[in-house]
Design a protein. Structure first.
Length: 555
C-alpha cells in the first residue's frame, strides 16, 4: 500500500471518506460571511489587552476588518496557497489576520515567540513563508532572524494592514475550498527540527463542529481563551468553535489566575479551555469565590498535558466546577475525545479517579480511536499500547517530510506516539486513558515504566507543588528513575522524605532513586511539562548502581 493510500485511509471515519463532508459550509470564508449576516450587530470578539481598555468587535465589524486585511494581503501579491506568518502574543489583530488568510485561501504559520531564533528561522524557511505580520516589540528580533537565516520576505508591522487605506470591499479572487490548506503548525519537539502539521480548512471546521456538538454550545454562550493562539487549542477550541456556533469569544492577552474568575463572571462566560498547569495555578491562588457570579459557567475543558487524579479531584472539590477532560494533538486538529457531559456525578468522578489516570473520554463522532501494538495490531481492553486515531480531523500530512509521514501513517491510522489503554462502560462505550509518551517511557532493565504513574504519587505528596518522574541514562539498568520536585513555598523537604513516600506505594524498580529539587518546572508555552529538559540534571548518577537496601551505592 502506497503512502498516499495509507494517509487516505487514516482520513476516513467508519468508512466515510473525507470527501463526504460533515459540515454544511464551503469554506471558512463561507462560514464567516454567513455568520456576519446572521449575527451582524452581535458581539463576536472581546479582547482584554495587558495594558489598555477592553476592545469589542461585532460580527459585522470583524468581517469588515477581515475583508480589509484580506485586501491588504492581495495587494502584497499573496495568493491562494501562499503562507503568511504571525509573530505575536494573543491579540485581536492576529485573529483578524488568521481569518483574512483563510478568506482568500492563504495559509497561516503561527510563530511561537518563546522558541529560539534558530528554530523560528527554520520554521519560516521550511514553510516557505512570504509575509510575516509581527507586533512592534518583535520587529527587531524578526529582522535579525531573517538576516541570520538569509531569508528574503516581507515583514509587516501588525495593525498596519488596517491603516493603509485599503478598501474593505473584496475584488474577485479564486474561492478556496474545504480541501485548501489553512494552517501549518510546527510541533515543539525537544530534539531535532520541528515538524510542520498541515491542517486544511475542513480539518478546522470539522473539529469546531465536533466540539460545538459535544459541549452543546449555542449562540447565547461565550467561550474564553486564556491559552496562546499560536497553538491549536487556543485557535480551534476558543476561536473557530465560537465562530462555528455563532457565539462570542473573550480573548485574554495573558492568563492571570487572580483575574480568571473575575473575567468569567464579568463576561458571563460558559466554557473555558485550559491545560492542567493552569488548574494548579488557580488552586494555589487565594480566591474569594463568593464575590463572583458564575451561574453562566458550565464547565472547564482540560487537555494538552498530563492531568493527574489528585489535581482533578482537588480542583473539582475546591471550585465545584466539572472538568471535562479530553485529548488530542495538533495532528488531529485539536481534540479527538472528551468525557461525556451526560455522566452522573458519581460516574464522572469514577472515570476521573478509579483507574490511576483520569480518563480522556470517548472518541468524537468525527474520528475513531484504538490502541495498537508496535506492529499496528489492535489490542484488547485494558492492554497498554499506542493511541491511534483516524478520521476527518486528522491532518493532511507533515509538510515536506516523507520520512515522518511514513512513520506516522505506517498502519493507515495516525500514530500518536502516546501510550494508553481503554475501558468499556456498561453501554459499550470505550473510555480511553493516556499513560505517557512512548518516547518518555522509562525502560529500566527492559521493563517499561510509565512516568505518569510516578508523577501521580509525587503530586499527591504533602508539601509538593509539582513533581515529575525523569528517566535518566544509567550504566546498570539502561535507564533509572529520578524525581524532580518543586516544593510548595515555605515547605522543607529532604530527598529521604520523597524517596520514603514513594516507596510506601511503588515497588523498588518504579521508585525514584534520587531526587533533584528546583524552584520551577520547564514548560512549553501551552503549559506542557518538558520532562526531557530535566534529564541533564541526573547525569552525575549515570554510573551509579542503586540497590534495594540503600538509596545509592558507590560507583
Amino acid at each position: 500500500m502506497s503512502l498516499q493510500d495509507k494517509i487516505a485511509k487514516a482520513h476516513a471515519v467508519r468508512e466515510i471518506p473525507p470527501s463526504e463532508y460533515l459540515v454544511p459550509y464551503k469554506s471558512i470564508g463561507d462560514l464567516l460571511q454567513k455568520q456576519a449576516e446572521k449575527f451582524a450587530g452581535k458581539p463576536w470578539l472581546i479582547y482584554y489587552p495587558e495594558d489598555g481598555p477592553r476592545i469589542e468587535f461585532s460580527y459585522r465589524q470583524f468581517y469588515n476588518a477581515v475583508s480589509t486585511a484580506a485586501n491588504f494581503l492581495l495587494s502584497l501579491g499573496i495568493q491562494r496557497g501562499d503562507r503568511i506568518a504571525t509573530v505575536s502574543y494573543n491579540h485581536s489583530d492576529t485573529i483578524v489576520q488568521y481569518f483574512a488568510a483563510f478568506l482568500i485561501g492563504a495559509v497561516v504559520v503561527p510563530i511561537n515567540v518563546s522558541e529560539d531564533d534558530k528554530r523560528i528561522g527554520y520554521i519560516l524557511k521550511n514553510s516557505e513563508t512570504k509575509v510575516a505580520f509581527a507586533r512592534e516589540c518583535y520587529l527587531e528580533r524578526i529582522d535579525r532572524i531573517l538576516k541570520e537565516s538569509s531569508l528574503d520576505m516581507r515583514v509587516v508591522k501588525a495593525g498596519e494592514e488596517q491603516i493603509v487605506g485599503v478598501r474593505s470591499e473584496l475584488p474577485p479572487f479564486p474561492s478556496p475550498t474545504l480541501d485548501d490548506e489553512a494552517l501549518i503548525v510546527y510541533t515543539s519537539g525537544t530534539t531535532g527540527n520541528p515538524k510542520g502539521v498541515v491542517l486544511t480548512q475542513y480539518n478546522l471546521l470539522c473539529d469546531a463542529k465536533a466540539i460545538t456538538d459535544w459541549h452543546g454550545m449555542t449562540p447565547d454562550q461565550r467561550m474564553m481563551c486564556v491559552l496562546p493562539i499560536h497553538h491549536v487549542n487556543g485557535t480551534v477550541v476558543t476561536i473557530m468553535t465560537p465562530m462555528y456556533y455563532g457565539g462570542s469569544i473573550v480573548l485574554n492577552q495573558k492568563f492571570h489566575s487572580h483575574k480568571f474568575f473575575e473575567s468569567v463572571s464579568a463576561e458571563k462566560v460558559s466554557v473555558v479551555s485550559v491545560v492542567p498547569t493552569l488548574l494548579q495555578f488557580l488552586l494555589h491562588e487565594n480566591l474569594e469565590m463568593s464575590t463572583y457570579d458564575l451561574k453562566h459557567f458550565r464547565h472547564i475543558i482540560c487537555g494538552a498535558g498530563p492531568l493527574t487524579v489528585e489535581l482533578a479531584a482537588a480542583f473539582e472539590k475546591r471550585f465545584q466546577i466539572p472538568i471535562i477532560h479530553g485529548y488530542g494533538l495538533s495532528e488531529t486538529t485539536c481534540y479527538s475525545c472528551f468525557l461525556p457531559l451526560d455522566l452522573a456525578v458519581d460516574e464522572h468522578t469514577r472515570w476521573l479517579a478509579e483507574y490511576g489516570f483520569p480518563s480522556i473520554g470517548v472518541p468524537l463522532p468525527s474520528n475513531e480511536m484504538s490502541i495498537h501494538d508496535e506492529q499496528g495490531r489492535e489490542l484488547p481492553e485494558g492492554a497498554k499500547g499506542e493511541i491511534v486515531v483516524r478520521g476527518h480531523n486528522v491532518m493532511k500530512e507533515y509538510f515536506a517530510n516523507r520520512e515522518a509521514n511514513e512513520t506516522a501513517f505506517a498502519f493507515h491510522w495516525f500514530r500518536s506516539g502516546d501510550e494508553g489503554f481503554y475501558k468499556t462502560d456498561a453501554t459499550g462505550r470505550k473510555f480511553f486513558f493516556i499513560t505517557g509518551r512512548l518516547k518518555e517511557l522509562i525502560i529500566r532493565g527492559g521493563i517499561n515504566i510509565s512516568p505518569f504513574e510516578i508523577d501521580e504519587i509525587l503530586m499527591n505528596m504533602p508539601g509538593v507543588k509539582a513533581g515529575l518522574a525523569v528517566g535518566f541514562e544509567n550504566d546498570w539498568y539502561g535507564e533509572e528513575v529520578g524525581a524532580y520536585v518543586q516544593p510548595k513555598e515555605g515547605v522543607n523537604l529532604s530527598e529521604a522524605d520523597v524517596l520514603h513516600y514513594c516507596r510506601l506505594t511503588l515497588p523498588f524498580p518504579k521508585s525514584p532513586k534520587v531526587v533533584v529539587f528546583g524552584n520551577e518546572v520547564p514548560v512549553t508555552s501551552t503549559g506542557k511539562y518538558q520532562r526531557n529538559k530535566l534529564k541533564p540534571l541526573f547525569e552525575k548518577w549515570k554510573q551509579t548502581q542503586f540497590r534495594r537496601d540503600e538509596s545509592k551505592s558507590k560507583k
